[in-house]
Design a protein around this ligand. Structure first.
Ligand code: NDP
Ligand code: 8X3
Length: 248
């Protein structure tokens, strides 16, 4: 049995797929998310897993849970900082300020809390691999991505800066920035509006969560002397729309 992989946002999408992939490859799992029923179902299916049923925005609960990890799950080798969301796609003028705060609190602050709580364990072990889920939206602007894209730009730059801080610690850091991928992402973004969510994926190809899980495993299996800093990945059918010019 290998060491432990700690996965935030393990109840669906990328997190769930990475949990399955790493479990199949012999890793023990710590599964974090808010939907307890899903965490329990996954744990029962995969075995050798420990559940942390907290909201990642709850700093105290998160630190306490990590502090109280059973000894057999404290050998954390992989951290997948994945819990995150977009809410809405309106212009800043029409968008909801609470949604902005939720994205900032989850995508930025939640990721920081998990990193800060788990890094000392990796430093002590002098071994680890941190994956941070960014997005193409962190590098490429598109209408309505305003705050979501900005949170992912934070993830990109924080990941690069973190590499400086872990010098000498034998800890790898990779930002994975996916393009369009069919998960629960759009249902969440459009607050349960299935028609709007389906329209995102209609008549086009998209990444599957398993594609990202495969990439995570490929990175993990690279020689420990190799660090992929940033990895932007799109379906072959996705590219850029170009600049927009207002015409007089
Ligand atoms: P999903 O909606 O399928 O999964 C999101 C996961 O994050 C869920 O497990 C959810 O669990 C968890 N989560 C959200 N908020 C919280 C919270 N406050 N506390 C704890 N867990 C939370 O989407 P994806 O799998 O697509 O998204 C995963 C990551 O990938 C996100 O960071 C997203 O921004 C990013 N991404 C997604 C892309 C896409 O097109 N799908 C493309 C690029 C990046 P629960 O609700 O049970 O708490
Ligand atoms: C999710 C991908 O293009 O919807 O981060 O922002 S996108």
């Amino acid at each position: 049995m290998k060491n432990t992989a700690f996965i935030t946002g393990a109840t669906s999408g990328f997190g769930e797929a990475v949990a399955r992939k790493l479990s199949q490859n012999g890793y023990k799992l710590v599964l974090l998310g808010r939907r307890k029923d899903r965490l329990e179902k996954l744990k029962n299916e995969l075995g050798n897993a420990y559940i942390i049923n907290v909201d990642i925005r709850d700093k105290n609960a998160l630190f306490k849970a990590i502090d109280e990890l059973p000894s057999e799950f404290r050998d954390i080798e992989i951290l997948l900082n994945n819990a995150g969301l977009a809410l809405g796609q309106e212009r800043v003028m029409e968008a909801n300020l609470d949604d902005f705060e939720t994205m900032i609190d989850t995508n930025i602050k939640g990721l920081l809390y998990a990193t800060k709580a788990i890094l000392p364990i990796m430093s002590q072990r002098k071994s680890g691999y941190i994956f941070n889920l960014g997005s193409v939206a962190g590098a490429w602007p598109y209408p309505g991505a305003n705050v979501y894209g900005a949170t992912k730009a934070f993830v990109k730059q924080f990941s690069l800066n973190l590499r400086n801080d872990v010098k000498g610690e034998n800890i790898r850091v990779t930002e994975i920035a996916p393009g369009i991928a069919k998960t629960e992402f759009s249902v969440v973004r459009f607050k349960g509006d299935e028609a709007k969510s389906d329209a995102v994926y209609n008549s086009t190809k998209y990444l599957k969560a398993e594609d990202i899980a495969g990439i995570v495993l490929d990175c993990v299996n690279l020689p420990k002397s190799v660090n992929i800093n940033s990895l932007e990945v799109m379906p072959t059918t996705q590219s850029w729309a170009g600049f927009f010019f207002e015409k007089e």
